[in-house]
Design a protein around this ligand. Structure first.
Ligand SMILES: [Zn+2]
Length: 146
């Protein structure tokens, strides 16, 4: 089992921000994201569901699931600049490489894990539409050598 070093919602460095467990799921998150979570309209129901689970003896209740809008990729808008995950430029051909940061041209909802696709332009001038998972959360630290 490994302890997360960065907030799963926004990418903040947890050694600087402090960390806490989400009420919605088992994400380890920063205190800012906890505050956002507490202000979410679904929070009281998530809290009640956890209390009910504990009362029936379910000590490892995984939570009711986190609303997607509490994750960083739900807040990205066209015109925002994102850094690509280093794995992209390592594995793609040079004309498919992305600048860091890269401007987001379009945001498209999708049935992918993150639920959102970002259209960007590669260094070769092609438009590519990639899952949000190919980009780093805005608050995550700069990769060495990137
Ligand atoms: Zn956070």
């Amino acid at each position: 089992m490994s302890t997360p070093t960065h907030c799963l919602r926004c990418g903040a460095d947890l050694s600087k921000t402090g960390s806490i467990m989400s009420k919605f799921n088992q994400d380890t998150i920063c205190l800012d994201c906890k505050e956002r979570e507490r202000n979410h309209p679904a929070y009281p129901a998530a809290d009640a569901a956890e209390i009910a689970a504990v009362e029936r003896g379910e000590m490892n209740f995984p939570g009711v699931g986190c609303p997607r809008e509490l994750y960083w990729f739900s807040l990205v808008q066209p015109g925002d600049a994102l850094r690509p995950a280093p794995a992209w430029n390592r594995t793609e051909r040079p004309n498919q490489h992305l600048a860091s940061p890269t401007k987001v041209l379009r945001v498209t909802p999708a049935n992918s894990q993150s639920g959102v696709l970002f259209t960007v332009k590669t260094l070769g001038g092609h438009e590519r539409t990639l899952d949000a998972g190919w980009f780093l959360p805005p608050k995550s630290p700069q990769e060495k050598g990137a």
